[in-house]
Design a protein around this ligand. Structure first.
Ligand SMILES: *Cc1c(COP(=O)(O)O)cnc(C)c1O
Length: 386
């Protein structure tokens, strides 16, 4: 028997891996030192733990340890990257390019900067959710300071051609930032291969604790800090470091790096089984976003004629969402799905499945069974029959 509710919302957050919890525990109690206290063993011990975690986190994305700035999460990393570049480069240029399907932690930063006089271009996406490189070519110019494009989307899981976009941006002298919160630890992410200058990621999306993240800042990139204080993290992010969280982030990164290939394959098979099951048992569904350029553990489908919210209500034993956690509870359809050109009714008829480390085949089969039952009741045919 499957234990319910079945968690299929791994894009919103992930449980902390018990191995990560074990690594963190000593740093709450006996190893509680402040890493800035250089004069005694407690501080030196904490500093050594942070150094080790910094190397583990850096290795996950192919960076040097010195290029990692610890933050409170991807929201803060995105803010630091975008506002930091703009504040550090003011006067030289005043234009930022991003994409309509970005997370609110990028879009809302850009909206705020627009109010302060910055020019922002929001690139459209194609029907498959991917950015068209021709649109990038048209948008970037000598006045462009920064191009910010997410690695993988948090709703539809599509993986953007970041390396190609970065090449075009660099030809114009712009810096490149990517929000890799959904990609890091799930697919190979390498700052060298991507060719990015800044990369945001967060522990709680990769089986680490909430409230800790990182910004990769390529050596030589000038950033202005968002807050002032004690000079930690090279002055870019002052404040006493969250040592247990950082240790957990390091351990989570190490585990993801070791398991990314096998776990990616396992989840791809489960995701494909889910899609095959839904197509077989429910029939009439629309997959939102490219299936090829996509995270292996994501599926986003619309069920024509059925309201996503009603589906969720009826599927109380499946922990799912219609879109981003931060946007759920609002009545507006997803900005990502409408950007694909989906009619509002179809955008409202969607479910986002996020599979993860503890998802089993039994859970997938259970989810398919439940979907088949509920959609046949709520769907257009079911309603006509009733
Ligand atoms: C979750 C998420 C964020 C926010 O990360 P926090 O660590 O919760 O601040 C930003 N961008 C994307 C793409 C995300 O999925």
């Amino acid at each position: 028997m499957v234990k319910t509710p079945v968690y299929l919302d791994y894009h919103a957050t992930t449980p902390v891996d018990p191995r990560v919890v074990q690594a963190m525990l000593p740093y709450f109690t006996e190893r509680f030192g402040n890493p800035s206290s250089r004069t005694h063993r407690f501080g030196q011990d904490a500093a050594a733990a942070v150094d080790r975690a910094r190397s583990q986190v850096a290795r996950l994305v192919g960076a040097r340890a010195a290029e990692i700035v610890f933050t409170s999460g991807a929201t803060e990393s995105n803010n630091l990257a975008i506002k930091g570049v703009v504040a550090g480069g003011r006067g030289r240029s005043d234009h930022v390019v991003t994409v309509v399907t970005e997370h609110h932690a990028v879009l809302d930063v850009c909206r705020q900067l627009e109010r302060d006089g910055l020019r922002v271009t929001y690139l459209p996406v194609r029907r498959d959710g991917l950015v068209d490189l021709d649109r990038v070519r048209e948008a970037v110019g000598p006045g462009t300071l920064l191009v910010s494009v997410m690695t993988a989307n948090n709703e539809i899981g599509v993986v953007q051609p970041v390396a190609e976009i970065a090449r075009l941006a660099h030809e114009c002298g712009a810096l490149v930032h990517t929000d890799a919160a959904q990609a890091a630890g799930k697919i190979p992410v390498d700052v060298g291969t991507l060719g990015v200058d800044l990369l945001s990621f967060t522990a709680h999306k990769m089986y680490g604790p909430k409230g800790v993240g990182a910004l990769y800042v390529r050596r030589g990139v000038r950033l202005a800090p968002l807050i002032d204080g004690g000079g930690q993290e090279r002055g870019l992010r002052p404040g006493t470091l969250n040592v247990p969280g950082i240790v957990g982030f390091g351990e989570a990164a190490e585990l993801c790096r070791a398991e990314v290939a096998t776990e990616g394959e396992r989840l791809r098979r489960l995701r494909d089984r889910l899609l095959a099951g839904v197509r077989d048992r429910v029939g009439d569904v629309v997959v939102n976003g490219s299936l090829e350029a996509r995270l292996p553990h994501n599926l986003n489908v619309s069920f024509p004629g059925v309201e996503g919210e009603s589906l969720l209500l009826a599927l109380g034993d499946l922990a799912l969402s219609t879109g981003a956690a931060c946007a759920s509870g609002t009545t507006a359809p997803s900005h990502v799905l409408t950007a694909l050109g989906l009619p509002e009714a179809l955008a409202r008829a969607s479910l986002r499945f996020g599979l993860g480390r503890w998802t089993t085949e039994e859970e997938i089969d259970y989810a398919v069974e439940r979907l088949a039952t509920v959609v046949s009741k709520l769907g257009p045919r079911g309603r006509r029959a009733g």
